[in-house]
Design a protein around this ligand. Sequence first.
Ligand code: GRF
Length: 201
Amino acid sequence: TRLVVLVSGSGTNLQALLDAIDADPSYGARIVAVGADRDGIVGLERAERAGLPTFVVKVRDHADRAAWDVALTEATAAYEPDLVVSAGFMKIVGKHFLAAFGGRFINTHPALLPSFPGAHGVRDALAYGAKVTGCTVHFVDDGVDTGPVIAQGVVEVAVDDTEEALHERIKDVERRLLVDVVGRLSRDGYRIEGRKVRIPA
Ligand code: GRF
């Protein structure tokens, strides 16, 4: 399975995938390129260190969001991925991208969807006073964090938690969940039936 991973930040989820692929010859997937919506991020450094091709497609280099979406789609498609992984990619893709990669584009989100979608899942769960939160790996559809759920991990919220501390504990679970999901999807295949994702055992 050929993976393109999209990042916007520190890329620790990307690193977890790289490490899993390195450690296990039968993992079932390999990363063929890493894309980003900005440069100067640690996520891209990790990709370069691993010897992977990278591409950057910035919104501000395009006339509008639709043109950016087309450019991102083309840059990604050039690597002929079977699966695209949004791993801390902080942009909502548009209809071109979904037309090309719908049903094979997954995202990891730091909350238990459908609670706390959007860019501040950790902060919002904390502000709400939730006692448990976690992470969700899901297929991307045309909503914001609304696509079919593949797997979730639970993390307890501590009384005096800070957003940073809670996010670190979530990311610990999230990295393992993402590695597990990508490996299973890659090795075992899957079907999406409505909101149900079936991965043969
Ligand atoms: C993850 O928690 C992801 O869900 C999110 O931002 C974080 C990305 O971390 N929205 P990293 O760049 O993989 O380290």
